[in-house]
Design a protein around this ligand. Sequence first.
Ligand code: OFO
Length: 170
Amino acid sequence: MLTKIVEEALNEQIEVECQSSYSYLAMASWCEVKGMEGAARFFYKQSDEERLHMLRLFKYINDSGGHALTPAPDKVQLHFKDIMEVVDCFLEGEVKVSQGINKLVYIATQEKDYTTLNFLQWYVEEQHEEETLARSIQDKIKLIGLEANGLYLIDKEMGSLSGTANAETI
Ligand code: OFO
């Protein structure tokens, strides 16, 4: 059984994951219209994953006697200067999600809710992987540069990342 405090905190995280899903959808669309099909595939997949992270929280809250609340996302950034800005925003988004997860872990600890703490471990690991991924893409873009050939390589690289990542289910 969840305490009200934990339930509210989990619902706040639903909002964060939902917001990420919409942000990445906008990034995917921007990449697609710029002809970067590989990067678009990458962000469509990231967007889907964030939705699954949100649904995982829905299921957990409802199965634990709480009520998962469907969020209304805020407006997201639709236009970007270049692919570097997109990836910078991606990393920023992941850092924000990690902060939310860390806050949740803190609250669950304060509330002595060990079941929720256990549930959150998956998110802790996931966030570590996602931040690492975003930083590695940032590093590669810096290395390759944004000239014509560079853009082609970055797109190819990001497309291959979307193909190799594990499929997730809730
Ligand atoms: Fe769910 O935010 Fe990253 O993966």
